[in-house]
Design a protein. Structure first.
Length: 378
């Protein structure tokens, strides 16, 4: 297994800085389930099975000081290598965290992106007559080609075209439905678009208090303010609310992003919610039949009551649709008030003990294994 490439913003000293979860446990990265009947082939959790997410950060972790000169390289582990999940603990009001391998060090001399910069929307010039992103040279919509090349999501590309930022052989592209066999001659903001590079996938521990967006009209912080400058231009897979923390996947491939987000793909997402109020395990088990809230139908949700701390409940929930604010709305429908929400896994990729604001890259080998599994799951 190849070690992940890790990067992240500098740590701040004092109470305002990111906190590092503590305690021994799993490493972040690729952790597919195993189906012994299929010869150990990675698979998604099936309905009724207990998910094996990574652990969230500790709520009571002390603020970290400046850390320099420490090795940040950490190998990615798999569930086959990890120890069996221990029995549930009653260890206080905190998500269960996990430390792993060598400790991370701050990103030396590479500050986070400044507010308002957003993701990079251009690339180095590509060779003339670069092949289309699907390798077949068949005409496709320019918005689709640019999304697959990692310029932005398809919706964002369409907005760029409306703003006149995309040109073809020097002429402004008028419609996202323009058909092209390749990206030769296409430029964004005056810079030629590179031929699509191999897909890359990153795990990002999103902090609470920043938007999953390129920019915000009122100037609120976004995830791009927290990402290191030397990352390639990346786009998020799905979204996390401003006050939701945890695992956010970032990719260079708009087509892969879209595939991951499709409800028909059925990629499971696991969350741990701390909620105020009273609820029973029997009530949570009813969610497996799905429910309707304010006219919106939600599919099956696997939910487990982990422990109570006063009148707060820690609840683990696994779902496959990922509709807007789904976890919060479902729990509010049950009379609970969510006061903390952490995504701990997305498909086989787990947050584990990846520190807040840090980034780890999934190895090319693990990504290839997952993409084959994703196709088989369709």
């Amino acid at each position: 297994m190849e070690p992940p490439k890790k990067s992240g913003p500098p740590r701040r000293s004092g109470p305002g800085g990111p906190k590092r979860p503590g305690g021994p446990g799993k490493r972040p990265g690729f952790a597919p389930g195993r189906d012994e009947g299929a010869g150990g082939k990675p698979r998604f959790a099936k309905p009724g099975e207990r998910a094996q997410p990574g652990r969230g950060p500790r709520a009571d972790a002390a603020p970290s000081g400046d850390r320099t000169g420490r090795d940040r390289t950490r190998p990615v582990t798999t569930k086959a290598d990890a120890p069996a999940r221990p029995p549930r603990r009653n260890d206080g009001d905190k998500p269960r965290g996990a430390a792993f391998g060598a400790a991370a060090k701050p990103w030396a001399n590479k500050p986070p992106r400044r507010s308002g910069t957003g993701p990079k929307t251009t690339a180095n010039p590509h060779p003339a007559h670069a092949a289309a992103s699907d390798g077949k040279g068949e005409p496709q919509r320019i918005a689709k080609l640019l999304a697959r090349a990692g310029i932005a999501s398809r919706r964002e590309v369409e907005r760029m075209i409306e703003e006149g930022r995309v040109t073809l052989d020097g002429a402004t592209v008028e419609t996202p439905a323009t058909l092209l066999a390749s990206l030769a001659g296409v430029a964004v903001d005056g810079v030629a678009v590179a031929a699509p590079a191999p897909t890359r996938l990153f795990l990002f521990h999103k902090p609470s208090g920043c938007l999953t967006a390129e920019r915000d009209p009122v100037g609120r912080p976004t995830i791009y303010d927290r990402l290191p400058d030397d990352l390639p231009r990346v786009i998020p897979i799905g979204r996390l609310d401003m006050n939701t923390e945890g695992l956010l996947l970032l990719t260079t491939d708009g087509g892969f992003k879209r595939q991951m987000e499709l409800p028909s793909t059925g990629v499971p997402r696991t969350y741990r919610a701390r909620a105020f109020g009273e609820i029973s395990q029997a009530q949570l088990e009813d969610l497996f039949d799905g429910l309707e809230v304010d006219g919106v139908r939600y599919g099956p949700i696997e939910a487990n009551l982990e422990r109570r701390t006063g009148r707060n409940q820690w609840i683990e929930m696994t779902l496959t649709e990922g509709k807007n604010r789904e976890v919060r709305r479902v729990l509010e429908h049950l009379g609970l008030q969510v006061n903390r929400l952490i995504r701990t896994s997305y498909g086989p990729f787990v947050l584990a003990d990846l520190p807040i604001g840090m980034v780890a890259e999934v190895s090319e080998q693990d990504l290839a294994i997952f993409r084959k599994t994703l196709k088989d799951a369709k």
